[in-house]
Design a protein around this ligand. Structure first.
Ligand SMILES: [Zn+2]
Length: 277
């Protein structure tokens, strides 16, 4: 399980935005590796914090941006309360943002750099559409999928196809839609792609709202109902249908759940109801 699945990255951007937009935080690098960048942006007003896929961007006045990618082990925590820049440093903090209201500590990212607007545009240009963003166009992803000889299980993990859907969602959504992860992109049906995209558009906001990956239909309905009533749903332990359930019987058809490394991560699917057609 990644330390920060991409839907919680979206929630993190929202929290950072709420804490720092409009303020001029002191930016430091207690660990030292971002000392130069921190000195460049410290004291500048934060215009906004956004995420796209697994990338996080802080926009600061004067056309400066901080680009952060957490990778698999990075964390970015926002502490609320009467903190100051002198709050104790725990662990290897690459970047700290501090106002008299909030302190946010970034640890273990794969990227933390001050970049230009052109560099931000270049990163965004390489990313496929993000199902969490209402302005995203699934056709952009479909064009790449439908021309590819790679499997859909692999393509769903490719950031240039789809921005940051992640390993749990790829296994669970293909299961939910009864699709074989082994189907080549160019043999994948347009209708199947619509099912996958629409399901991601449905599921990802539930992850943002609850801080958990919700993919089992009973829980999906429960969370949707609670959100519809304006409540924050309380969930029992996160469950999955196929993710990390290899060797167990499929909850739908009873066949054995399988696993294989695809695109560097373990993919899980049912050998019965997700057979290639
Ligand atoms: Zn099955």
């Amino acid at each position: 399980m990644p330390a920060c699945p991409r839907d919680t990255l979206y929630a993190l951007a929202r929290d950072l935005h709420a804490a720092f937009a409009g303020t001029s935080p002191v930016v430091t690098s207690p660990q030292g590796r971002f000392a130069e960048g921190a000195a460049l942006v410290s004291g500048r007003r934060v215009l906004g914090v956004t995420s796209r896929g697994k990338h996080l961007f802080l926009e600061l006045e004067g056309d400066a941006w901080v680009h952060v990618h957490l990778g698999l082990i990075g964390t970015f925590t926002v502490d609320h309360g009467a903190w100051t820049a002198e709050a104790p440093v725990v662990g290897q903090v690459r970047m700290r943002l501090a106002t008299d209201q909030h302190v946010a500590d970034l640890r273990g990212p794969t990227v933390c750099a001050v970049v230009t607007p052109e560099e931000v545009a270049a990163v965004l240009g390489r990313l496929g559409p993000d199902p969490l963003r209402p302005d995203s166009d699934p056709e952009v992803a479909w064009r790449r999928i439908s021309r590819s000889g790679r499997s859909i299980g692999e393509l769903l993990m490719d950031q240039s196809v789809l921005a940051g859907v992640g390993n749990v969602y790829r296994s669970e959504v293909l299961f939910r839609q009864r699709l074989s992860p082994a189907t080549e992109g160019r043999r994948f049906r347009r209708a199947s792609w619509s099912l996958v995209w629409d399901d991601l558009v449905r599921l990802l906001p539930l992850g943002v709202a609850t801080g958990r990956i919700v993919t089992v239909e009973d829980q999906v309905l429960e969370v949707e109902a609670a959100l519809g009533r304006g409540e924050v749903p309380h969930l029992e332990e996160r469950t999955s249908s196929v993710y990390k359930r290899d060797g167990q019987p499929c909850p739908r058809c009873g066949a054995r759940i399988r696993t294989r490394v695809v695109a560097g991560r373990n993919l899980f699917w049912c050998g019965g109801c997700q057979r290639r057609r």
